[in-house]
Design a protein around this ligand. Structure first.
Ligand code: MF3
Ligand code: CO
Length: 249
């Protein structure tokens, strides 16, 4: 396959797709409350997306049954919305993708339900910080490993572990394009970053061990040790001298 370079016009469309994804996630963040089911979040996401004139990326992807991934506490990614009731103190990763005019946007945030513990807050801040560090480390002429290493360094220096079995990815007309983007690595290594690349960066960070297991539903990925996990994702484009966040408002 290889890495697909996008034109200015294609990046402009991806900016629109990204803004739509960011808008839906903002709405979910504003509405999440103790007592809600994870399924209610999926319904809100579907309605908001329709209003914005885009279609969901995840629904039907390898048979995935929902619009949104909702991963609670020790769930890392790919949690399927359902009857689970959210409780005060839970942390919830919301991962959402949309297709607009043939191009994909993909982003994730982790939010607290009501009051959460200091440990949970620090995990969330660290995971978002790791994503920011990765974004800050990328530039045209650099290497993919610069981004991966910055993410890893940020999270591990704060005492957390980086999930290794799931990665970020190139993105464009397809949700998953080359290259794979591990959240750990070595500066100066890996593919050259070139203007027009679009990448989904998505650190998954655990309080405990980095090992994962998949639930009986064949989708939900959890920490093996039951420790809390957080996930942040942005779709970015390699533009003039930097990475531009596309999944922003
Ligand atoms: N956002 C996820 C990713 O980056 C995709 C969710 S998997 C799906 O890989 F099946 F729900 F689509
Ligand atoms: Co992704």
């Amino acid at each position: 396959m290889g890495i697909i370079i996008k034109s200015e016009e294609e990046i402009a469309i991806m900016r629109q797709a990204g803004r739509i994804v960011a808008t839906v996630l903002e709405t979910l963040k504003a509405k999440i409350k103790p007592g809600m089911t994870t399924e209610e979040l999926d319904v809100i996401a579907a309605k908001e997306l329709k209003k914005l004139g885009a279609t969901p990326s995840f629904k039907g992807y390898h048979g995935y049954p929902a619009n949104l991934c909702v991963s609670v506490n020790d769930e890392i990614v790919h949690g399927i919305p359902g009857k689970r009731v959210l409780r005060e103190g839970d942390i919830v990763s919301l991962d959402f993708g949309a297709i607009y005019d043939g191009f994909q946007g993909d982003a994730a945030i982790t939010v607290g339900v009501g009051q959460i513990s200091q440990e949970a807050k620090r995990l969330i801040e660290t995971t978002e910080g790791a994503l920011r560090a990765g974004i800050g480390a990328g530039r045209p002429g650099g290497r993919l490993g610069d981004i991966s290493a910055a993410i890893q360094q940020y999270a591990e220096s704060r005492g957390y572990s980086i999930v290794r079995e799931y990665t970020g990815h190139g993105i464009g007309r397809e949700m998953h394009e080359d290259p794979q983007i591990p959240n750990f690595g070595t500066p100066g290594q890996g593919p050259l970053l070139r203007r027009g690349m679009a990448l989904a960066l998505e650190p998954m960070v655990n309080v405990g061990d980095w090992h994962t297991r998949v639930a009986d539903n064949h989708w939900t990925v959890l920490t093996v040790d039951g420790s809390l996990s957080a996930h942040f994702e942005h779709t970015v484009a390699v533009t003039d001298g930097k990475l531009e966040v596309l999944t922003a408002l």
